[in-house]
Design a protein around this ligand. Structure first.
Ligand code: PEP
Ligand code: MN
Length: 340
């Protein structure tokens, strides 16, 4: 970090800043300008508390130079992380091939899930999504089938080879969900549930971490850092839209995050145009836009009978629509030297 002293700051104030830096285990490089003095802190200051310095007499401002996240940053790892999804189809996220993870919002019953699983596999998916534990806004809404839903997902994997991607909502659920899932999804509402992030960081399955409804990119990457700091570096970020003043869509889907994540992090980023827009008619075009701007994967809600879906029917596309979209996505991926 860089500490900018106020104009007219005294030598003893500068010396005090230097002693605070040394107390923190850092070294100093002092630049005396004609107008003011600047102190550069030398050493890794990411875990240091810059508030102490901000309150020191004579300090005007403290500016971080390094990103506060470390393991998630490109400063620390230049090569892109490729996360293997599991299942027997060999899908991965972060390589040349854009991954498609598709399936219903929630697992409703066996025949619904198997029918959709076969259809999304045929469309080119390597991952099957479906919630068994659902974070619902209303406590009276369908909450998911729980373990029964996980069993159905595992049966669908057996029949199709698709990797199972499903949400874990609490620390207590981690061992159970791990028994059945290939990828643990941490939902938007839990992005800042730090104890849950630690818990998924302490097990070995890859994690799909969704962006919080009002989280900044920095907070999002710090949430990934929580998982990675406990030993699990198989983290996929997922942009699923943020809450804004806009009403024509359920959430606002900020796709500029895709190239920005690629610039500052080595982690792959998946886009969820279903939660991201809330409307099935917007999903195909946002899939195309996401692939065009470099998304490493898409996670799409697909239902064989959206009108009767128990959750998120309005934003679920049909298998036929997904297939048609995939034909365009192949051409878009080719245009940017990728496949899907
Ligand atoms: C979902 O994937 O169905 C879901 C609830 O996602 P999010 O956590 O992004 O709202
Ligand atoms: Mn949903």
């Amino acid at each position: 970090m860089i500490i900018v002293m106020e104009m007219g700051a005294t030598e003893s104030q500068v010396n005090h800043v230097v002693s605070l830096l040394r107390e923190m285990g850092l070294r100093e490089h002092i630049i005396v300008g004609t107008e003011r003095t600047v102190v550069a802190a030398l050493g890794d200051d990411r875990a240091k508390d810059k508030d102490k310095l901000e309150n020191a007499p004579g300090v005007e401002k403290v500016m971080p130079v390094l990103a506060p996240y470390k393991m998630a940053s490109r400063e620390v790892k230049k090569e892109r992380t490729v996360v293997a999804l599991g299942g027997s189809l060999g899908g991965s996220v972060g390589g040349k091939k854009v991954a498609l993870i598709a399936g219903p919002c929630s697992v409703e019953d066996r025949s619904q899930l198997l029918e959709i699983a076969h259809a999304v596999k045929e469309a080119g998916a390597t991952g099957l999504r479906g919630g068994a534990f659902k974070p619902r806004t209303s406590p009276y809404a369908f909450q998911g089938l729980g373990e029964k839903g996980l069993q159905i997902l595992a049966q669908a994997r057996e029949k199709t080879g698709l990797a199972v991607v499903t949400e874990v909502m609490s620390i207590e659920q981690v061992p159970l969900v791990c028994q059945y899932a290939d990828v643990l999804q941490v939902g938007a509402r839990n992005m800042q549930n730090y104890n849950l992030l630690w818990a998924v960081g302490e097990q070995k399955k890859p994690v799909l971490l969704k962006r919080g409804l009002s989280a900044t990119l920095e907070e999002f990457l710090l949430a990934a850092e929580y998982i990675m700091s406990r030993g699990n570096s198989n983290v996929m970020l997922c942009e699923r839209g943020i809450r804004t003043f806009e009403k024509y869509c359920r959430n606002t889907l900020p796709l500029a995050i895709v190239p920005e994540v690629h610039r500052i992090s080595h982690l792959p980023i998946v886009v969820d145009p279903s939660q991201g827009t809330g409307h099935a008619h917007l999903v195909p075009d946002m899939c195309k836009a996401a692939v065009a701007c470099g998304a490493d994967g898409l996670i799409v809600e697909v239902h064989n009978d959206p009108e009767h879906a128990l959750t998120d029917g309005a934003q679920s596309v049909t298998p036929q629509s997904l297939k048609a979209t995939m034909a365009s996505l192949k051409r878009i991926a080719a245009a940017i030297d990728r496949d899907i």
